[in-house]
Design a protein around this ligand. Structure first.
Ligand code: SF4
Length: 229
């Protein structure tokens, strides 16, 4: 498994906003979104600098780093993110780390783009599935989506910055019949003013989206407002 970085912060998005977390960012991604804000986790030039975890001793070293990091903000939740962490779900070191923290009472939350079949769903207490519907709509297949739909604690999170994003998410919800799922719309942006523009756009589109029988929540990006990572 490749690891990009480990750091303490608060969850800024979705239903667990405000929770103290340790981010465990894996490396490598199977997509290449043009607007990705973590290209350093998967771009070719970055890969040689990522930490390799391939045996028990290296996994124990990561466990130690996560524990020490968690003490800084009293976190008992790991947010596994990427890159695309599901690429590593069969990796023994990752499973070892997750099982170790579960025995200590920690929760494991995971953010995924939802394109890699979920085979170890029980390892994750919560999944935030964030489909990249603009550039990769055709990459989403029912047989893969069904593996995520079986998970009992999940949300679908769509990034919205303009009208095209709204049209794409409506098509996606239709394609996979996600009407009864917990759907979150998250404003695109990395500064407070960009977020405000995107939130205005979501609110303007609210009645249009609801015409399609889609009930949704609007996600914060509180870490940006607080100017923390
Ligand atoms: S799926 Fe996520 S991590 Fe991968 S390129 Fe797209 S935004 Fe970046």
């Amino acid at each position: 498994m490749k690891i990009t970085e480990i750091y303490p912060t608060i969850q800024g998005e979705g239903p667990y906003v405000g929770r103290a977390i340790v981010v465990l960012r894996t490396g490598v991604c199977n997509l290449q979104c043009s607007w990705c804000d973590t290209k350093y986790s998967w771009q070719k030039d970055s890969l040689p600098n990522l930490k390799n975890v391939a045996n028990e001793n290296q996994a124990l070293s990561i466990i130690n780093e996560i524990e020490t990091t968690g003490m800084k903000n009293n976190a008992h939740t790991i947010l596994l993110t990427g890159g695309e962490p599901m690429i590593w779900q069969k990796d023994e070191s990752l499973q070892y780390i997750i099982n170790w923290f579960h025995t200590k009472g920690w929760q494991i939350h995971c953010e995924t783009n939802g394109t890699v079949p979920l085979t170890y769903g029980l390892l994750y207490d919560f999944l935030s599935i964030s489909p990249k519907v603009g550039e990769y709509f055709e990459s989403y297949k029912p047989e893969v989506m069904n593996t995520y739909l079986k998970h009992n604690h999940k949300v679908f999170k769509f990034v919205v910055g303009d009208y095209k994003d709204v049209a794409h998410l409506i098509s996606f919800v239709n394609k996979f019949k996600l009407f009864s799922q917990s759907i979150w719309l998250m404003p695109r942006g990395t500064t407070p003013s960009e977020l405000n523009e995107s939130i205005d756009h979501i609110e303007n589109a609210r009645s249009f989206i609801e015409n399609f029988d889609i009930t949704f929540h609007v996600s914060e990006r509180r870490h940006i407002l607080l100017n923390v990572r």
